[in-house]
Ligand binder design. Structure first.
Ligand SMILES: [Zn+2]
Length: 402
């Protein structure tokens, strides 16, 4: 079959590889009908998220049709159309049973303490071959795959594989409830769904912070109040918009994709001198002590801003992806404001079924948030095009003839 294979940093190709086969009783083989590339894939290709094993098939979003199931899969059969959530879970361990399916004890071949297992990721996550392929072996299929209702087409279903549930999970982590004022940092695809989810959970106001005007426009179309951090200080603006109180909830949908406001660390130093914002002090300290600063990146900037923009006793939900060795957080400011902080990889198998039902019954259409109107592209062309743009999300065709 054809699959997108990682060979090394900056080196991927559409290769002929052996078809996957059933290895364990609870495996299924799925013929992919839709897949996608997201910003996380680009980080793996670029090496920003390290630890990729050469030979790993990329991709963690997929929709398809079951070709074959192992003897332990009693709830699905060949011909069933399924959604493949990005993370894998057993449905059996204590974590799965309490809904922490991203922390499943059994799914990660590296052991119970190794953390989230997902498709197409680094060694520490499996590695489990991904979904940018004609076929995929999906482990623990009985508890991981979700049978799709007939009326949810691939275009909508692929959004349910990762980015919509992750955005919703962010709103859940941030404890969004009726009447809350919420700030979402990062208006990429996940951020857009975080905005939609915050409104879904009853938010009275949603403020969205980004620098890209097209993304801010998308969020504004959802009813969010747009703040462009290239044009204004986001913390000062949020405080001004909330009567000086701050927001009740913050969702960090940025993670390692963070970039500096124009002027970068120097601008932060200026802000510290002027005593404008506590958050800038933290940024500046990081800049001073952290020799590993990635040029052009400010991995904790969204967290610094988010903590500074929160009202006392507010809640921060972090769904942005941070590497395991990232250890900078504005702890002192957060502690002294009695903030609640929740974070993590999306518990897809706990979150997604409810969202599938919302789409099935027509109460929510994910295409209203993120249109996939771009034509499906040949996957390698899509990577090339995608690499030259802002990290985001793109639906790809897996037609090997393309
Ligand atoms: Zn489990």
């Amino acid at each position: 079959m054809k699959a997108v294979v990682f060979h090394g940093i900056g080196d991927i190709s559409l290769d002929n590889v052996p078809d996957p086969s059933i290895r364990h009783d609870q495996d299924a083989i799925v013929r992919l009908t839709a897949s996608a590339i997201c910003g996380t894939d680009l980080h793996m290709v670029r090496g920003t998220l390290p630890g990729m094993v050469p030979g790993t098939i990329l991709g963690h979003e997929g929709v398809g049709v079951i070709e074959q199931v192992g003897r332990g899969v009693r709830n699905l059969k060949p011909g069933d159309r399924v959604l493949i959530p990005s993370t894998i879970s057993c449905g059996c361990c204590s974590y799965c049973r309490t809904g922490y399916t991203a922390q499943c004890d059994s799914a990660n071949p590296n052991g119970a303490a190794a953390g989230t297992a997902f498709f197409g990721g680094p060694k520490s996550t499996g590695p489990i071959d991904g979904l940018q392929a004609e076929y995929a072996r999906t482990p623990l299929a009985h508890a991981s795959l979700i049978k799709l209702p007939e009326n949810i087409d691939d275009e909508r279903a692929i959004l349910l594989s990762d980015i919509f549930p992750t955005g919703f999970f962010g709103a859940q982590l941030a404890e969004v409830r009726d009447g809350d004022t919420v700030a979402v940092f990062g208006a990429g695809p996940v951020g857009q769904f975080a905005v939609a989810s915050a409104f879904m959970l009853g938010a009275g106001r949603v403020i969205v912070v980004d620098r890209l005007t097209d993304r801010l426009a998308m969020a504004r179309a959802q009813g969010a109040e747009a703040v462009n951090f290239d044009e204004e200080d986001p913390v000062a603006t949020i405080l001004a918009l909330t009567g000086g109180i701050g927001v009740d909830r913050v969702i960090d949908a940025v993670g390692v994709d963070a970039v500096h406001a124009q002027g970068g660390p120097a601008a932060s130093q200026d802000a510290v001198k002027q005593g404008e914002a506590e958050s800038r002090t933290v940024t500046a300290q990081r800049n001073e002590h952290d020799g590993n600063w990635i040029p052009g990146d400010a991995p904790t900037q969204a967290l610094d801003w988010g903590v500074a923009a929160l009202a006392k006793a507010g809640t921060l939900g972090v769904i942005g992806v941070y590497p395991p060795n990232d250890r900078f957080f504005p702890l002192g400011v957060a502690m002294n404001k009695n903030l609640t902080i929740k974070m993590g990889n999306c518990n897809h198998r706990a979150v997604t079924p409810g969202l599938v039902e919302r789409v099935r019954n027509g109460s929510f259409d994910p295409l209203r948030v993120l249109s996939t109107r771009e034509p499906m592209m040949n996957v390698i062309d899509a990577y090339k095009a995608f690499d030259q743009r802002q990290p985001g999300w793109i639906k790809v065709a897996l037609d090997p003839a393309a």
